[in-house]
Ligand binder design. Structure first.
Ligand code: FES
Length: 93
């Protein structure tokens, strides 16, 4: 795969960046997430998560099953959609 391939489309992170971090010793998804924001976009890592884990697995010789995906954290407080719509209308005026 070309190293300029975008691994995380939400955060615009390339394979080259992921491999560089792994080479520096960042060997968990959470560490790489905190540095690059992979997995923190609108898809919450559904697209990039497995790709990053595969790179870590290839570099460390671990199986994908041994690696931990990041902790999914829903919003702390739910926001009702009508409140968002009302706020958007207020800004349009
Ligand atoms: S592609 Fe990485 S968070 Fe969406």
């Amino acid at each position: 795969m070309d190293e300029n391939t975008i691994i995380c489309r939400c955060s615009d992170v390339t394979l080259k960046e992921i491999r560089a971090l792994i080479a520096q010793g960042y060997l968990s998804f959470d560490e790489i997430k905190r540095i690059t924001r992979v997995g923190m976009g609108p898809c919450q890592g559904k697209t990039c998560g497995q790709l990053v884990l595969r790179e870590i697995a290839n570099a460390t010789g671990q199986s994908m099953a041994e690696l931990q995906f990041h902790q999914l954290r829903p919003p702390v407080v739910g926001v009702k959609l009508h409140l968002i719509a009302e706020e958007a209308e207020r800004h349009e005026e």
